[in-house]
Every structure is written in structure tokens, then in C-alpha cells.
Design a binder for this molecule. Sequence first.
Ligand SMILES: [Zn+2]
Length: 65
Amino acid sequence: MIIRNPHGAPDLACDECGCRWYDRQTNACYECGTPVPRAELDDYLRVLRDFHAARGIVVNSPAER
Ligand SMILES: [Zn+2]
């Protein structure tokens, strides 16, 4: 699920336990091991890009495609 942190930035959290720690090697939750759906990752990156654009933040994200 995508949640907002107190600064308004999007954050990716586990659908099962709400944990925000992910193993980027396996794309799975550290807490419960639930895999993050590919579509959710794409969704998150899109929301994050929109957030950066709206704030005028320039990042050099390796996820940029
Ligand atoms: Zn979890």
C-alpha cells in the first residue's frame, strides 16, 4: 500500500503488516516476507515522481526509466 509520511511524501508499506522496510534485492517485506507486487512498485514510483515534480525536487533515482 502507498502511504504518506508526515511531510507528504509517498512511502511504500507492506499490504500485510504495514511495515515500511523492504528488501530491495527480493522486493519482499522484511517483517513478514510478503512480496511487493510489480504493479505496486510501478505505482509507487509514479506517485513519487509526481510528488517530486510538484515540489520541484530533482533526484537521480536509479529506478528512473
Ligand atoms: Zn509485511
